[in-house]
Ligand binder design. Structure first.
Ligand code: 13P
Length: 258
């Protein structure tokens, strides 16, 4: 688990699953399973689909739950003729704390690239949201020995022209594409090596601000492997997909040390 006093962050990325009533139930059940000591130790966030954000916000506020809200995506402009899009200020008004930028599914299926990810990271920061900049290599890139180069490119692209003073607010998610939804998580030592390399490439440009960045691992996290991943020095949390849909398995990921 992250050194340098980085508080771990566990985010449940629900992807395109469930309507708002299910979302409400999921958050309520999660809250019954976690206790104040858990929240002291780990920042807990859920990333519902857009249509559930308002409902989730209402439950969290009514029940005063210390669960944080994340969005899965957004547009980089504040407003305008962008049919179908959602802006950072809109998310901020719903008490959203985090927004994922450049998830591999967005890159692969919806044409996001390092430039759009960079725009989203900047827009999130200006709206007071914490961006979760996602990076990750494909299996082909890994097998060709190109993973390190690809990741360096993605991280420098995502963080281009971000002032060093904003770097400590940032979250980076390392999600190897081959580990997402496959049941095949990265070997914890490999994930640590990559997380450390990502931190070093942030350090090159931003010095010791890199030590404040939380780096999450994502890709087939489950209650059985969370502890081993979280034990690593440069891994400061997790981005949990499939296992976050069931409140019990997500709660077990949050309470990885138990
Ligand atoms: P899985 O946990 O289902 O592999 O998904 C990971 C992910 O993409 C989280 O953003």
């Amino acid at each position: 688990m992250g050194g340098m006093n980085r508080k771990p962050l566990m985010v449940g990325n629900w992807k395109m699953h469930g309507a708002h009533l299910e979302a409400i139930q999921r958050v309520q059940k999660l809250s019954y399973l976690l206790d104040p000591g858990d929240y002291d130790r780990v920042d807990v966030a859920v990333a519902p689909p857009f249509t559930s954000l308002r409902s989730v916000q209402t439950v969290i506020e009514m029940d005063r739950l210390p669960i944080l809200i994340a969005a899965q995506n957004m547009h980089w402009e504040e407003a305008g003729a962008y049919t179908g899009e959602i802006s950072a200020p809109m998310l901020a008004k719903l008490s959203v704390s985090y927004v994922i930028a450049g998830h591999s599914e967005r890159r692969r299926l919806f044409g996001e690239d390092d430039r759009t990810v960079n725009r989203k990271v900047k827009a999130a920061l200006s709206a007071g949201l914490t961006p979760i900049a996602a990076v990750g290599e494909t299996i082909e890139q890994r097998e060709a020995g190109e993973a390190a180069r690809v990741l360096r490119g993605q991280i420098s692209g995502a963080l281009a022209r971000i002032p060093t003073e904003d770097i400590p607010r940032l979250v980076v998610a390392y999600e190897p594409v081959w580990a997402i939804g496959t049941g095949r998580h990265a070997d914890p030592s490999d994930a640590q090596e990559t997380a450390s390399a990502l931190r070093e490439s942030i350090r090159k440009r931003h010095g010791n601000a890199a030590d404040r960045v939380r780096i999450l691992y994502g890709g087939s996290i489950n209650p059985g492997n969370a502890a081993a991943l979280m034990a690593k020095r440069d891994i400061d949390g997790g981005l949990v997909g499939g296992a976050s849909l069931d409140p019990h398995t997500f709660a077990s990921c949050v309470r990885y040390w138990k």
